[in-house]
Write a protein that binds this ligand. Structure first.
Ligand code: CMP
Length: 138
């Protein structure tokens, strides 16, 4: 069935000039853009968005990284969106990501890994609603 996932092009991808190339890969893979914005997370935003990771040793580093510059946030629509998008971006660690995946091509490290992709339909809905109001979603 057609459903939605949520993504962010992270500060490293923006700093390195990869917004256009990454969006091209995403649309070429058949994802439609249901919502999109260029924005910067506050510390509080990032702590809330990543609350599930707040006991992890890398939590502070993650919040610093995700707030250091602008991001592109988007809701994407496609058949089997969550799983297909995770396949398109590849493993969290770019060294383990398959050839041709977005993280293999554009990520720098396990922390600075260029893109986010929701890990379930439920989290896609929560993460999309975190960033977008109803009238920003098409
Ligand atoms: P993502 O899976 O989008 O959301 C959680 C993020 O935490 C992950 O991407 C990485 O950016 C970051 N992360 C995960 N594991 C590590 C790690 N070992 N060291 C630093 N950052 C990490």
């Amino acid at each position: 069935a057609t459903n939605r996932t949520f993504t962010m092009l992270k500060p490293d991808a923006v700093e390195n000039g990869h917004i256009g190339a990454i969006l091209e890969k995403i649309t070429a893979a058949g994802f439609k853009i249901a919502a999109m914005k260029y924005t910067q997370l506050s510390k509080r935003d990032a702590q809330q968005f990543y609350a599930v990771h707040n006991e992890r040793p890398f939590f502070g580093e993650l919040v610093e990284f995700m707030t250091r510059g602008p991001i592109v946030a988007a809701i994407l629509e496609k058949d089997n969106a969550v799983d297909d998008f995770r396949a398109l971006i590849g493993a969290t660690n770019p060294e383990e990501a398959a050839e041709g995946t977005i993280r293999k091509l554009f990520a720098t490290s396990i922390g600075e890994n260029a893109v986010h992709g929701s890990d379930s339909d439920e989290n896609a809905a929560i993460e999309g609603a975190f960033h977008f109001s109803g009238r920003e979603i098409f």
